[in-house]
Design a protein around this ligand. Structure first.
Ligand code: F6P
Length: 538
């Protein structure tokens, strides 16, 4: 055990009988434990820690050489050794006036050139100048992608819909991800092939889910238009990929491909051409504002001492909860319906990045790593799983995310609804921490109406939700994930754990066609047989 780890273990023991309601008695707690940067305020005063613990966590960060690791990430060193590449999502949001030389190339030049190409696509579509096979202007764009090629753009489009410039009203953006065709089948009934454009978003251009949806979409175009498949794939499809050769082979016109780089991880790619649906929804200026917000967080992450560095603090709080407080469930609770997809986005970001049990040196991790993340719009979750947070047997850490201002200039009722959401956010954080002590009451309540409290939470407050603050928020979590990976000694940028399932599925698709290898376990054999019988029944 390292010196800081030993101290933290001793602090765990020291604080084991201290309840959050005791810690919150200090009148300076909020001032001591809330930090602001890049459009955001992070309040960690409802975490089960004191300033000594924070000091020890900071020591741990230094002990694990966090500062050189951050520099290595941002400089473009190989931080993803199993795939021998850097992870340079931060380069995608660097301003035009900056430089980042990696292996002799200035990456900012390529990034800016791609943004300019994106601008051309967006302008053409917004102006009604992208025409389908019959000459009608494209009105509907369907993004086909999955995981990082879907969740980020979907989340941002939903969050920033009200920032839609007038020109963007010309285009409706839709998302299709599920391999079973559920979303696509509904859309194909509603849409008109003459004015529909598909964006095939796939870093690898080899993901079966996406290729299956793409092939069905092209069948639909072909059947409905009676035209040649090759012509349709050239005119009605844009490819966004790091594998342009495969996209061209698939049939997409070279001039309709937005390329990005293998140093952009899938779940870190919304800042690249993968963000095309975002730019179509909020305009190119809105997209650039999103990038600026993320860049502000990058600068803060790179330059600020750890004592008040938001991603570092958010990560260290997680380390404290997971490794010292034995908490392995993490709820993401936005008190703003526009952030409905944020939990799903963060599930991939955190769990696909840090859901690892093998360290860089190939040895098993001696510590717990990423917890189980899930979440829901806070007010809705209050009527679903908060019962468990308040009275269950599981310790859960929560992140409350909320803007202070909303609906200015709108109906008084909506302004009041926002106050209601804020009041509920503050109330829930308070009750989770204090339990019964949140409300001074004279009479004793029966056991089933009592609240133990002591459930830790952080609050991330922003003045308003806008492209800049959302960019900062996403970058905050990206960097938090990296900091935790550095402390745990794991690689957050690969995802080998998802590969085996894909291979086995390939074999089983053959089995479903009656051609599989046949050497299956008894459960799989039994289900295959039953499914076959069900499919043959009339
Ligand atoms: O299977 C996991 C994964 O590789 C994710 O990491 C990725 O975001 C998703 O699939 C989609 O991959 P692609 O963009 O290459 O289609």
């Amino acid at each position: 055990m390292s010196p800081a780890w030993t101290k933290l273990s001793a602090s765990t023991e020291r604080l084991s009988r201290v309840h959050l309601r005791d810690l919150l008695r200090s009148s300076h707690r909020f001032e001591q434990l809330s930090f602001s940067a890049a459009n955001l305020l992070l309040d960690i005063s409802r975490q089960r820690l004191d300033t000594q613990v924070l000091q020890e966590l900071l020591e741990l960060a230094h002990e694990r050489n966090l500062k050189p690791a951050i520099d290595a990430l941002l400089r473009g060193d190989v931080v993803n050794p199993t795939e021998s590449r850097p992870a340079l999502h931060s380069a995608l949001r660097m301003p035009k006036t900056t430089k980042l030389i990696v292996d002799g190339d200035d990456l900012v030049v390529g990034v800016q050139a791609t943004l300019d190409r994106m601008q051309t696509f967006v302008d053409k579509l917004h102006a009604g100048q992208w025409r389908g096979y019959s000459g009608r202007a494209i009105t509907d764009v369907v993004n086909i992608g999955v995981g990082g090629s879907d969740l980020g753009p979907l989340m941002v489009c939903e969050a920033l819909h009200e920032f839609k410039p007038e020109a963007a009203n010309a285009i409706n953006v839709h998302f299709v991800s599920s391999m079973d065709g559920s979303q696509l089948s509904n859309l194909l009934v509603e849409l008109n092939p003459e004015n529909t454009l598909f964006v095939l978003a796939s870093k690898s251009f080899g993901t079966l889910d996406t290729l299956a949806n793409a092939s069905t979409a092209l069948d639909w175009l072909e059947q409905r238009s009676g035209l040649d498949r090759q012509l349709l794939s050239r005119q009605h499809v844009i490819g966004v990929t790091a594998s342009p050769d495969k996209a061209i082979e698939w049939g997409i016109a070279e001039e309709h491909i937005l390329q990005f780089w293998d140093w952009t991880g899938g779940r870190y790619s919304l800042w690249s051409g993968i963000g095309l649906p975002i730019a179509l929804t909020i305009g190119m200026q809105g997209f650039r504002d999103l990038l600026s917000g993320a860049h502000a967080m990058d600068e803060h992450f790179a330059q600020t001492p750890f004592e008040c560095n938001l991603p570092v603090l958010l990560a260290l709080v997680g380390i404290w909860n997971i490794n010292f407080q034995d908490i392995h469930a993490h709820a993401i609770l936005p008190y703003d319906g526009r952030l409905a997809h944020l939990p799903a986005y963060l599930e991939q970001l955190e769990m696909e990045s840090n859901g690892k049990s093998v360290k860089h040196d190939g040895q098993p991790s001696e510590n717990r790593t990423c917890p189980i993340l899930w979440g829901e719009i806070g007010p809705n979750a209050q009527h679903a799983f908060y019962q468990l947070l308040h009275q269950g047997t599981e310790a859960v850490m929560s992140d409350f995310i909320v803007p202070a201002r909303r609906y200015e200039g709108r109906e008084a009722g909506l302004l009041e609804q926002h106050q209601l959401a804020l009041a509920n956010c503050l109330a829930q954080a308070r009750v989770l921490a204090l339990g019964d002590a949140a409300l001074a009451e004279e009479t004793e309540r029966p056991p089933w109406q009592r609240y133990a409290g002591n459930q830790p939470s952080s609050v991330i407050l922003m003045e308003t939700l806008n492209p800049g603050s959302l960019g900062s928020l996403i970058a905050l979590y990206e960097h938090k994930v990296y900091v935790q990976a550095v402390i745990w000694g794991i690689n957050p940028f690969d995802q080998w754990g998802v590969e085996l399932g894909k291979k086995v599925a390939n074999d089983l698709i053959e089995a479903l066609h009656g051609e599989g290898k046949g050497d299956y376990d008894s459960a799989t054999r039994g289900l295959l047989k039953t499914i076959q019988a069900m499919q043959e029944a009339d």
